[in-house]
Every structure is written in structure tokens, then in C-alpha cells.
Design a binder for this molecule. Structure first.
Ligand code: ATP
Ligand code: MG
Length: 263
């Protein structure tokens, strides 16, 4: 059997069966002993170990400052993790071309930032960098995938609500045909209907395309609505990995407090 650096810590991994009836799920992203210390020597992440199975939505929750964004940003090298700590399909991401990695592992942030030009320009941008011109039909398909109708094609960023702009940012990311989506509180600035639109799209992408989704959220209810598995991060460490409907079983005191206070 193929072995990976850090496999010796596997027995200490907090794992949960997403589907008890399935055979062992394929791991899409493997994180081993991922640490980060700030420039001033303050620990931010301490030896994170986690297997993110292919085709699931993994929620990441935890108190503010616990390292959720930092962990997420390591997965597509928005900060450069140490080598042999993050693997995509078994390959050290530090050995991949960084732009190719970011196409495969797309990211959405709390607030969307659109480029100048139309919605269509935004969506065509990524493929154009690779010398591929998306046809109008292809752009319409991406709009539909992100739950936007064809009237958005020629609109500019200034004409959009934040919720609509977030869906354009999603369509733009999907134009790169990613295999993994990293979402850092993608709905925290959105109203409940826009939030539901984005959640529905995530569930569809998982079901219809087998997309692997890692989503940081402050909303425990949101995680319970759409995640298959939840990581609880406290002080830069994963203290629990649970199914969303088992969150009340979290044993870590800080995790319990966070869950009791959370909404
Ligand atoms: N570049 C940096 N230099 C120094 N400290 C940093 C840096 N980036 C983040 N930190 C610190 O690392 C810790 C984790 O930050 P991070 O943004 O990952 O937390 P978070 O869990 O995403 O919080 P929030 O829920 O508020 O978004 C915080 O204490 C933060 O102050
Ligand atoms: Mg954050």
C-alpha cells in the first residue's frame, strides 16, 4: 500500500465515517503535522492532522482567532505551508505549480471582489489565462450553476448586490473547473435567501460533480444544514471531528462552550 509522510500519525487522527456503509473513502486532501508560528513566535496552528474525504462537505468551526482561515489558506498556498504537510490526491501541494493548484483548489471569501468589466468578463477571465475562450453558452451554463439567470451576463459589478456578486465570484471560480472549493465564511455578509442559494449550489456541486468542499462558517446551523463532517478548531488545533448531528457530543470544554453559545 502506498504510504505518505506522516502516515505514522494516522492512528491518532480524529476520523469519522461519513457513510458507514461505504468502504474507506478516498482522501482528497491530507494534512499532516501542519504548524504555523507567527513572525513574533506566537503559535497559530499546532500540528494539524486531518483527512478530507473526496466528495464531502467538511465544515470548519471554532472561536474567532482559532486559526480557521489560516488552515484554509494553507490548502491552496495562500500562505506557503512547510513541504510534506498538505497533499492533494497524495501529491505534496508544494511540488505543484501554484497557479495549477489554485485552479484545482478554488477559493471564495467572505466578501466577493469582482474585476472591472461585465459578469461575463469575470467568468471568462480564468480560462482566458489558459488560452481558452469560453463561449456564450458556456458562460450561461456557469451562471446557471451559480444560480444566476442569463440577465446577469452583461451586468457590471456595480449593478449587483453582495449576494449576487458572491454568486458571480462562484461562477468565476467554477470556470476553472476546480475539484475542491475552499470557502471562508462565504455567506456571512449575505441575507438568508442569498445564503440559501449558495448553500443549495454547494450541495448540488457535491452531489452532481463530486466536488470536495471545505467551508469555514460561524453558523453552526449552516454547518448542520449542509456539512457531512465538522472539524472543531480551538487555539490552532483540531480538537474534535464529528458528524454535524453529533456536535453536542463534543468533549473539549472550549468547543462545548462555543457550541452552546453558537447559533
Ligand atoms: N500574518 C499574521 N501574523 C501574525 N498573526 C497572525 C497572522 N495571521 C493570523 N494571525 C493570528 O493567527 C490567529 C488565527 O487567525 P485566523 O484568521 O486564522 O483565525 P480565524 O479562526 O479565521 O478567526 P475569525 O473567525 O475571526 O475569522 C489569530 O490569533 C491571528 O491574530
Ligand atoms: Mg477567519
Amino acid at each position: 500500500m502506498e504510504t505518505f509522510p506522516g502516515d505514522d500519525v494516522r492512528e491518532h487522527l480524529l476520523v469519522v465515517d461519513v457513510d458507514e456503509n461505504a468502504c474507506e473513502p478516498e482522501t482528497k486532501i491530507r494534512v499532516r503535522e501542519l504548524s504555523k508560528v507567527s513572525e513574533k513566535g506566537v503559535p497559530i496552528l499546532g500540528k494539524i492532522n486531518v483527512d478530507i474525504p473526496k466528495g464531502v462537505i467538511m465544515g470548519i468551526i471554532g472561536p474567532s482567532g482559532s486559526g480557521k482561515s489560516t488552515m484554509l489558506r494553507a490548502l491552496n498556498r495562500l500562505w506557503e505551508p512547510p513541504s510534506a504537510t498538505v497533499f492533494l490526491d497524495g501529491v505534496d501541494i508544494c511540488d505543484l505549480d501554484v497557479l495549477a493548484l489554485r485552479r484545482k483548489v478554488g477559493m471564495l471569501f467572505q466578501l466577493p471582489v469582482l474585476f472591472e468589466g461585465t459578469v461575463a468578463d469575470n467568468i471568462q477571465y480564468g480560462p482566458q489565462l489558459r488560452g481558452k475562450k469560453l463561449s456564450e453558452t458556456e458562460v450561461y451554463k456557469l451562471l446557471t450553476l451559480a444560480d444566476l439567470d442569463s440577465s446577469f451576463y452583461n451586468k457590471t459589478g456595480g449593478e449587483l448586490s453582495v449576494g449576487q456578486a458572491q454568486r458571480v465570484a462562484l461562477a468565476r471560480t467554477l470556470a476553472n473547473e476546480p475539484e475542491v472549493l475552499l470557502l471562508d465564511e462565504p455567506t456571512s455578509a449575505l441575507d438568508p435567501i442569498s445564503t440559501q442559494n449558495i448553500e443549495d449550489v454547494m450541495v448540488k456541486l457535491k452531489k452532481n460533480r463530486g466536488m470536495t468542499i471545505v467551508m469555514v462558517s460561524h453558523s453552526i446551523k449552516q454547518i448542520q444544514r449542509i456539512a457531512d463532517v465538522v472539524c472543531l478548531l480551538v487555539d490552532g488545533e483540531i480538537v474534535e471531528v464529528l458528524k454535524p448531528d453529533h456536535l453536542s457530543q463534543a468533549k473539549h470544554p472550549m468547543a462545548q462552550r462555543f457550541l452552546q453559545l453558537g447559533s
